[in-house]
Design a protein around this ligand. Structure first.
Ligand SMILES: *Cc1c(COP(=O)(O)O)cnc(C)c1O
Length: 463
């Protein structure tokens, strides 16, 4: 980044506030009681017990006045809703895919895709796992193999495109398993679990070329592809003068379809979709969606929700919007770095990730450092973050052992268009306070472990 760029105070929000929602302040004693009854899992806190909620950017964004107006235009016909047509047009225009299957959210699309394409014994290479994505691949009988560049596992390596696919590793996975056992390449942009790190256009182009060489499909997890497009505009040669919308179209053009959680970049509280270019595959998906989600012209969504998402998609690719969105994340990240707190570098697109392993060197992963830090942060100020470490990684489907990810992180995820710069300041101050108290951290013990996606509902006790 140039000096001119870092000096420019241009991320200021391209909107003003019309409706406000009061926040509740709590006392330390109240928070102690709340986190204990939540089993030291921030997912189990009641929203009313939270001051600044950075648990997730999923479904937590603020809709615009236009989106709310669109809600009144809901065509709730069971079949052939006008809002489905508007949504299809928006996805075709901004993402460029031919066919659209609406789903209730991203994992609904992942379920359909995995069920259609994955057979028992298949291997799915991808640039770092995502929780729901990998679980659906496994439930369909596949094995996920990580092919992200090795630097992505090190929080201290500063690379502009730390989400990139390691092409040599990908080719090795393809030739070892045999192309017939690879249902598709699972490409994420940006990579959530690596800290919101983008892939470069160059890398995606090469993934496409490799896929073509072996006759494979590339399926994009487009959940945060707009943020990825913005990083390409900022960091990759040849893209500075292109719009984020044009970059997004090009990115998607190298893939055969996508799964999408509209709850992230799509600026809605619920919704998602599966996009495909292949007519036969669409035929199958539009049949399968009827079994699990709903008719192919609404999936799991109401007409008004499809309308809000169609409008949200158009708003999400505006350069001013995305600059302010990522700018706010950068603002928080820089502020936390100024306090000397170790975070994943470079700062990602949707969140700041605290390096819990570096903050609590006295704790082993079996003592859940990131889970411990998230609880400590809540206790300090009522700021809610979430664990992205050994708890989120779950257990190996075959051996039953914990996955021990290299990254043991606490994610401070910024909802879109919700919080102000002052909220970011308070958050950074609280992170600094938790960091100052780091020597006293003792860790946690898991006392309840759900079978699937345990991080959502697991319970802990202090050691
Ligand atoms: C949230 C998310 C999903 C799943 O989407 P849901 O709408 O939560 O079901 C898939 N991939 C990534 C990268 C995500 O962040």
């Amino acid at each position: 980044m140039s000096d001119a760029e870092t000096r420019r105070r241009s991320w200021a929000e391209p909107w003003k506030i019309k409706v406000v929602e009061p926040l509740k302040m709590t006392t330390r004693a109240q928070r102690e009681e709340a986190i204990a009854s939540a089993g030291y899992n921030t997912f189990l806190l009641r929203s009313e017990e939270v001051y600044i909620d950075l648990l997730t950017d999923s479904g937590t964004s603020a809709m615009s006045d236009r989106q709310w107006a669109g809600m009144m235009l809901g065509d709730e016909a069971y079949a052939g809703s006008k809002n489905f047509e508007n949504l299809s047009e928006a996805v075709a225009k901004y993402y460029g895919y031919r066919y659209l299957v609406p789903t209730h959210q991203g994992r609904g699309a992942e379920h359909l895709l995995s069920k259609m394409l994955i057979r028992a014994g298949d291997v799915v290479p991808g640039n770092m796992y995502f929780t729901t994505t990998r679980l659906h691949q496994e439930l369909a009988g596949g094995t996920f193999v990580d092919v992200i560049i090795p630097e992505a596992h090190d929080p201290n390596v500063e690379l502009p495109f730390k989400g990139n696919v390691d092409l040599a590793k990908l080719e090795e996975v393809i030739t070892t398993a045999g192309p017939a056992r690879i249902p598709y390449i699972s490409l994420a942009a940006t990579v959530n679990m690596a800290g919101g790190q983008p892939v470069s256009m160059e890398n995606v182009r090469r993934v496409r070329a490799l896929a073509d060489q072996y006759g494979l499909r590339v399926m994009l997890d487009a959940t945060r592809a707009v943020e990825n497009a913005y990083f390409i505009q900022r960091r990759e040669a040849g893209y500075a003068e292109k719009t984020v919308a044009a970059i997004l179209r090009e990115l998607c053009s190298y893939t055969d379809g996508c799964t999408m959680s509209g709850k992230k970049d799509g600026l809605v509280n619920i919704g998602g979709w599966l996009s495909l270019n292949d007519a036969a595959l669409y035929e199958e998906a539009s049949n399968l969606v009827v079994v699990y989600e709903g008719l192919h012209t609404y999936g799991g969504m109401s007409g008004r929700d499809m309308e809000a998402m169609a409008i949200g998609i158009a708003e999400s690719v505006q350069d001013d919007h995305i600059r302010a969105r990522v700018g706010q994340v950068e603002y928080l990240g820089r502020k936390i770095m100024e306090y000397g707190v170790p975070i994943v570098k470079p700062i990602g697109g949707h969140a700041v990730y605290l390096d819990a392993r570096a903050i609590y060197p006295q704790l082993t992963q079996d003592e859940f450092p990131a889970q411990t830090l998230a609880a400590a942060l809540y206790l300090d100020s009522g700021v809610r973050a979430m664990e992205r470490g050994v708890v989120s990684a779950g257990r190996d489907a075959k051996t039953g052992e914990h996955h021990y990810p290299k990254l043991e992180l606490v994610r401070l995820t910024i909802p879109r268009r919700v919080y102000t710069q002052a909220h970011m300041d308070v958050t950074a101050e609280s992170v600094a306070a938790a960091y100052d108290a780091r020597a006293g951290a003792r860790g946690l013990r898991m006392v309840h472990e759900p079978k699937y996606l345990r991080f959502f509902q697991a319970r802990f006790e202090p050691l």
